[in-house]
Design a protein around this ligand. Structure first.
Ligand code: WTA
Length: 651
């Protein structure tokens, strides 16, 4: 199927009274770029401050002295903004709808009053365990309300949380606990997902073997499954919550105090601890949530991400709750018990905004529209996507079968590092094109750069790499414990800019099209994976001498993981060994890192100085080796023929 994606889709009828109209977008965008101080001074007031700020923007992108501060003398508390300030008017409104994995189990509706009590009690539990302002707390939890309570409880007392996706292995969890020096890890007994159970507590036990024995473990008994219990180290949170006071005074925090650390994959080395702070992050999360989804009181907002990713932080917890919204938390998966689950949940809870990833749309598309048609989706108003470029075919399917042509689709481009949306359409204000993230959000100044020279490419109808010329409040501030690496990763290659790592095209209408990562990061089902991480897991196996990992186009996942593996001398390749390596990577990192294809490589293409030529490996993995480009610097050109001959992906 080929889709005309050059023409603009008009704003559907019914959006005449949207929060922002086309003229509002233009006017506000212009002001945000012309006079960011005035713009953000005003927008910063959308949240409550204990002491207001007098300074708005104080940022410097100069390599060597990068410094990013917003609202720097303001004092606030995030949990007060997400809870307390709504109590006078919304105490009995639902804050969180919890839809369990098992469709037959009862959904829970947690009001703002209940949320307040739970978070206050949870915060007192943390205090009782000696957690203090600035201490790090790792959260390794299923998609249950207690995960949100834990995050907000940290925010209430000024502790810094670091949520680790429940799909990560014990080793990955241990690395993160150690890297941020967490005092405590919060987990649950087991996590039901798609009818199966992940043993979170026993994973945590295994992780803690590699951590300081001072690290405490708080356990939410969610399923009641049997787990081991270490007296003196393990704490039953729910039991303790009943015993402590329901009142915990919020800690006044500085706008630039860290709110959370979130580990993400980079092009080199170990995962990076992205640091977001309190004031700017919350202003940006709240504002983008409101405008990009046209959120209005009474709406039911559902973001299908996991709280282990940044999307869950900004658009399940902080953005929606700061706006006093009703946010849905779903414990399950899109395809269990059947491919209609998403739509059943939309119907059941009368969801108005639905936000998911292209990979989910593609996999459901493959099951046929009848799964959608069985459910009443008339409550939906706005659809969103995030995580990877959406192919026009999936966009058109989403629009037709889910949105019935009535719901604007917001294709939101952003990153863990950016805290919130960067380039996105806005319902009622920006016309869409299938596959384009459209236009920049307020305060965001995108530039298309020539990848080689770093020069700005002006005008429309151009392509290059995407950089951002000035700071916005939701921007990350540093990498935990490594400001130098922060500067090198984002500000060195193109001096004066924040470099996204993405390629980008600006079309004749000035619309932006993200073309994918230009570094060694791959995007598997919307999950970011560093090829270096998978490689180092592979070479840690005793039978592996060398490994090179690249992405390749995958129908459902967007990109798949393709691993070239050179075995130790004398080790025989076999299918059993392939399975052994797959299992190995799953345990080293987690199921999301399992290679889709493994090719035995007697040798890897290297330059004479020993550098692996990934460009060539990418081409072979893409089954597109007709134009390998310049191979004259190869030490042994014969290696390439061998790899082509035995390639695993044959289109
Ligand atoms: C990609 C997820 C195209 C991009 C919020 C980016 C996208 C990386 C889009 C960040 C989109 C995210 N269109 N590509 N709408 N959204 N990406 O940190 O390559 O998990 O750099 O943040 O995902 O992934 P991350």
């Amino acid at each position: 199927m080929s889709v005309d994606n050059t023409a603009k889709h008009p704003i559907p009828p019914g959006f005449e009274d949207a929060l922002l109209k086309p003229a509002d977008y233009t006017r506000m965008y212009d002001e945000s770029i012309r006079d960011p101080d005035a713009f953000w001074a005003r927008e910063g007031r959308r949240i409550d401050w204990i002491h207001p700020y007098s300074v708005v923007k104080n940022t410097d992108f100069t390599f060597g002295k990068v410094s990013i501060k917003w609202f720097e003398d303001g004092i606030l508390n995030v949990s007060v903004n997400c809870i307390d300030r709504h109590l006078p008017t919304k105490a009995e409104q639902t804050a969180i709808i919890f839809e369990p994995d098992d469709p037959k189990a009862t959904a829970r509706h947690i009001t703002y009053a209940e949320l307040s009590e739970k978070v206050n009690r949870f915060a007192n539990v943390l205090l009782s365990q000696g957690v203090m302002r600035g201490d790090r707390v790792v959260i390794y939890m299923p998609m249950i309300p207690e995960a949100a309570y834990a995050m907000l409880a940290c925010a209430r007392i000024g502790a810094v949380h670091s949520v680790v996706f429940a799909g990560f292995s014990p080793d990955a969890l241990a690395n993160r606990i150690n890297d941020c020096g967490a005092k405590l890890v919060i987990t649950a007994d087991t996590a039901p997902r798609g009818g199966r159970r992940t043993p979170l507590k026993s994973n945590t036990d295994a992780a803690l073997l590699h951590c300081s024995d001072r690290v405490r473990c708080l356990v939410v008994k969610h399923t009641g499954d049997q787990t081991t219990w270490i007296e003196g180290r393990d704490v039953d949170v729910l039991k303790l919550m009943d015993e402590v006071s329901p009142d915990c005074p919020p800690r006044p925090m500085n706008a630039e105090d860290p709110l959370f650390i979130l580990y993400t994959s980079g092009s080199t080395g170990r995962p990076k601890g992205v640091v977001h702070t309190t004031g700017g992050y919350l202003v940006y999360a709240a504002m983008t949530h409101k405008y990009v989804f046209d959120y209005k009181d009474g709406d039911i907002f559902w973001c299908t991400a996991d709280v282990g990713w940044v999307t869950g932080h900004s658009y399940i917890v902080y953005g929606p709750l700061a706006n006093g919204a009703t946010t849905l938390m779903f414990e399950g998966v899109p395809t269990w018990p059947d491919a209609g689950r998403f739509w059943e949940v939309c119907d059941k809870h009368r969801v108005t905004q639905f936000y998911t990833a292209p990979t989910a749309i593609r996999s459901l598309m493959g099951q046929g529209p009848e799964w959608v048609d069985r459910h009443d989706l008339s409550s939906l108003r706005v659809l969103g996507t995030v995580g990877e470029p959406i192919n026009p075919e999936a966009w058109v399917w989403y629009d037709k079968h889910v949105g019935k042509g009535r719901c604007p689709i917001v294709d939101t481009f952003w990153q863990t590092e950016t805290g919130g949306h960067m380039i996105t359409s806005i319902p009622g204000a920006i016309e869409t094109k299938p596959g384009s993230a459209t236009l920049p959000f307020f305060g965001v100044k995108p530039e298309v750069l020539d990848p080689a020279s770093g020069q700005i490419i002006e005008g429309n109808g151009v392509e290059g790499v995407l950089a951002i010329a000035d700071s916005w409040p939701g921007q990350m501030r540093t990498l935990w414990g490594d400001h130098q690496r922060f500067m090198e990763a984002y500000f060195q290659q193109y001096p004066g800019y924040y470099f996204t790592g993405d390629g980008c095209r600006r079309d004749e209408d000035g619309y932006y099209w993200i073309t994918g990562r230009v570094d060694d990061v791959i995007n598997v089902s919307g999950h970011r994976m560093g090829t270096a991480e998978v490689e180092s897991a592979l070479v840690a196996h005793e039978k592996v001498a060398e490994a090179a990992v690249v992405g390749f186009p995958h129908q459902i996942k967007g990109q798949g993981i393709y691993a070239y593996v050179t075995l130790m001398n004398g080790v025989e390749p076999s299918d059993d060994l392939k399975r052994e390596l797959e299992t190995w990577v799953r345990t080293e990192i987690g199921p999301i890192a399992k290679p889709d294809l493994i090719q035995w490589a007697p040798g890897l293409p290297k330059t004479r100085s020993g550098k692996i030529m990934r460009r060539i490996l990418r081409k072979i993995a893409e089954d597109d080796f007709g134009s390998l480009g310049d191979t004259s610097t190869l030490a042994d050109p014969g290696v390439v023929d061998e790899l082509i001959e035995n390639r695993m992906n044959r289109a």
